[in-house]
Design a protein around this ligand. Structure first.
Ligand code: ARG
Length: 428
């Protein structure tokens, strides 16, 4: 390992050091470019208050830019030579700029440095999540439009209940992902605040231009209290994961529907061929592995959330325990996004077996319609219910199409009002 930022390398037990560094450098690869951006902004702030001369700032900023390119091209590898990404930045700057490089850490601590990098990471990933929620909602809307007259059974308790449509089924998920988009935007706004300039959690005896640095980084406000900055480590991560968890809970329900309805006993839906897998032993199999793994993704995020909740049981201020917020956050966020990236193509590629769906709608499923018709004509509903129940086996199939058309209250299958959902999506 390179010389530790805090010296004393010779004294620290190597095994203990490796344990403390943990998988930090590997995780910091996801945060590194954000750390570099925040370092540039910090240097800019130091120049604003005269701690750095203009040429010094320029040299630091250029070197940080070079490091970013080298990291992205693979010429610079963030590996276990370093304790973490922060040490790697300072090492690179001192290697290339000598003493000037070591000025970068004036007035900051790794405690606010890591918070700045994580905050920028969260904003970046949540804006990707927002785009995905939008794409997914659009894919479901298109399928809802196509399937708006396609009959299928509506189930409660997984038992056939009333006639329904593919349109209603698909529009349910369209609306869910519009909600998820709105939640993501609100979450983005909630954590849009700059932690930088608070150092170890108590500020510093320099007149840091925190607002200018925050603006430079594109935040819309400051996270003001330095102690709260440290107390919020993990708190913001939890909120971001809860946000993506919502999308994955809807994904899980949808994946469940698909794995059920592709079962040959239903044979309602076909997954696109490029998303199916074979069996290593049974030549006849075509399996929905992808859909099943997408169903399981919510569990990964839930696991990450549990770990994060546990890290919150601490008194105020920074504690090294908080380093363990990074792994669950990154693992859950990256896995969640990878899952959602596949969803639009899965949704658009579904093929529906029209006949099978239609044939599964039994005349008995018109019972509720018939009882309500009698009730609308003046019969007390309970009497109508009993009369229809006594005649279930005599219900004819002739009124199936009418059943859908007559469901005209807003949102129901005869009146999906997809344009209303489309407008809401466009406004977000
Ligand atoms: N890797 C550390 C973390 O994620 C960086 C901060 C270390 N700060 C400290 N005071 N030891 O928390």
């Amino acid at each position: 390992m390179t010389e530790l930022l805090w010296g004393d390398s010779a004294r620290v037990d190597a095994e203990a050091m490796a344990y403390m560094a943990g998988e930090d450098v590997e995780l910091d690869r996801q945060l590194f470019c954000f750390d570099l951006r925040a370092s540039q902004a910090h240097a800019y702030g130091l120049q604003q208050i005269g701690v750095l001369q203009a040429e010094e700032y320029q040299a630091l900023s250029d070197a940080l830019e070079q490091l970013k390119s080298a990291f992205e091209s693979g010429a610079f590898v963030l590996d276990r030579r370093f304790e973490d990404g922060h040490s790697a930045i300072e090492w690179y700057l001192t290697e290339t700029l000598g003493d000037l490089g070591a000025k970068i850490h004036t007035g900051r601590s790794r405690n606010d440095q890591v918070q700045a990098a994580v905050r920028l990471y969260l904003q970046d990933r949540l804006s990707k999540l927002a785009e995905l929620n939008r794409e997914i909602a659009s894919a479901f809307l298109a399928q809802a439009q196509r399937g708006r007259e396609q009959l299928m059974p509506g189930y409660t308790h997984l038992q056939a209940a009333v006639p329904s449509t593919v349109g209603l089924w698909m529009a349910a998920f369209a609306e869910a992902f519009i909600d998820n988009l709105e939640l993501t935007q609100q979450t983005c706004a909630w954590l849009d605040c700059c932690p930088l300039g608070t150092a170890a959690g108590y500020g510093v005896n320099l007149p840091l231009e925190r607002d200018a640095v925050s603006e430079q980084l594109g935040f819309s406000r400051l996270q003001l209290n330095p102690m709260y900055v440290q107390n919020s480590r993990g708190k913001f991560e939890i909120q971001a994961l809860q946000c993506i968890h919502q999308s994955l809970l809807d994904t899980r329900r949808f994946a469940w529907d698909i794995s059920l309805f592709t079962n040959p006993s239903f044979a309602f839906v076909e997954i696109p061929a490029e998303f199916r897998t074979g069996s290593s032993i049974m030549p006849n199999k075509s399996n929905p592995d992808l859909v099943e793994l997408m169903r399981a993704a919510a569990a990964v995020v839930q696991g990450g959330l549990m770990e994060l909740f546990s890290t919150q049981s601490l008194p105020s201020g920074y504690h090294r325990d908080l380093q363990l917020t990074k792994a669950p956050l990154i693992r859950a966020m990256e896995h969640g996004l990878a899952t959602l990236r596949l969803l639009p193509r899965l949704v658009s590629g579904l093929a529906f077996h029209r006949e099978n769906m239609q044939d599964a709608v039994e005349p008995e499923m018109l019972a509720t319609d018939l009882a309500l018709k009698k009730a609308a004509d003046g019969m007390p509903f309970r009497q109508a219910y009993r009369e229809v129940k006594a005649q279930l086996q005599h219900i004819g199939a002739s009124e199936l199409a009418g059943s859908i058309k007559n469901r005209i209250s807003a949102g129901a299958c005869g009146n999906l009002q997809l344009s209303r959902l489309r407008q809401r999506l466009e406004r977000l």
